[in-house]
Design a protein. Structure first.
Length: 286
């Protein structure tokens, strides 16, 4: 006899405000098609005032959702409203992936996973050194710093325009993180094995200063979590100075993997075809 659960279509959401620019439906839609799954992944525009009632309804099983992603501005609230946020998301103070398990709402944050998985795929030796320079100390920087620390980077030089924000992050993540101001940027490059931009400098045509990457270790990798444009000014500068670079699009693609597996039961892959599809979409909606 067929159980009613067998015919239920799993449905996940991405909740944000605004939400129309999210590329997550494109990514999850591609995986649903590739795996021949009868599921759905839907955009939900939820205002800050409506977010708590939305989560309450989800927990009570009133919506058809099995879980979903949350994005700006709901990541902090999602953490607070979940029944069981994992240790990773609690340390970050923000969750981006939610799923129901036996009536409880679980939460994690997959941004750091996305960041390291992108580098693992595109520059497999990236974590051989112990020294990283992270530019920026905002929300996006937190997940990067946490992931680098957890990967064994023992010397994380955190450079930020507002040094007090870098200090606050260093306090959160411990002794391996050293807070610095922009005036220390050149010195902080010295011997670093990895350079990560997490600021909005160079995003979508915004100006970016000229950087001299010559102080980095010989085999250093330069990466940017900004992916519009795909080759940011920092990546372009680094490449023209002979540095190996990795763009940030893979972070977006990889951070989606754990959620898809939770909601739909299959671990999807980040392929060249998926990457190209998102690049084509970016060109179409530039
Ligand atoms: P996100 O969640 O994307 O990290 P955020 O929390 O607003 O966004 O952080 C933006 C980061 O970019 C910060 O590190 C910010 O530096 P400040 O903390 O000094 O504001 C950095 N940033 C943004 N514009 C910048 C600029 N023109 N010059 C230098 N840093 C800039």
């Amino acid at each position: 006899m067929r159980d009613s659960r067998e015919t239920k279509v799993n449905t996940a959401f991405v909740a944000g405000y605004p939400i129309r620019h999210s590329r997550s439906p494109l990514i999850h839609g591609h995986w649903l098609r590739t795996h021949g799954l009868d599921g759905a992944y839907l955009r939900q525009e939820i205002t800050p005032a409506d977010f708590a009632p939305f989560i309450a309804g989800l927990k009570r099983g009133e919506s058809s959702f099995v879980g979903g992603n949350v994005t700006i501005p709901h990541k902090e609230q999602a953490l607070l409203l979940a029944d069981h946020p994992d240790e990773l998301s609690r340390e970050l103070g923000a969750a981006n992936t939610l799923w129901l398990e036996e009536g409880r709402l679980l939460a994690t944050n997959t941004d750091g996973y996305g960041f390291v998985s992108n580098l693992d795929q595109r520059a497999p030796e990236w974590d051989q050194g112990a020294t990283a320079l992270v530019l920026g100390a905002g929300g996006a920087s937190r997940a990067v710093v946490q992931a680098l620390r957890d990967r064994g980077f023992r010397d994380i030089r955190l450079v930020n325009r507002t040094v007090s924000r870098a200090r606050e992050l260093a306090d959160r993540f411990g002794a391996s993180v050293e807070p610095l101001g922009f005036e220390d940027l050149e010195d902080a490059m010295d011997g670093a094995n990895l350079f990560v931009n997490t600021t909005s400098l160079g995003m979508e045509g915004a100006a970016a200063p000229e950087l001299d990457f010559s102080g980095l270790a010989a085999d250093a990798i330069v990466t940017d979590i900004v992916y519009v444009p795909l080759e940011t000014p920092f990546l372009q500068q680094a490449r023209s100075q002979g540095r190996a670079t990795v763009d940030g699009l893979g972070m977006l693609l990889h951070q989606a993997v754990p959620g898809f597996e939770k909601w739909f039961g299959v671990r999807p892959e980040v392929t060249d075809a998926l990457r190209q599809m998102v690049i084509d979409d970016m060109a179409e909606h530039a």
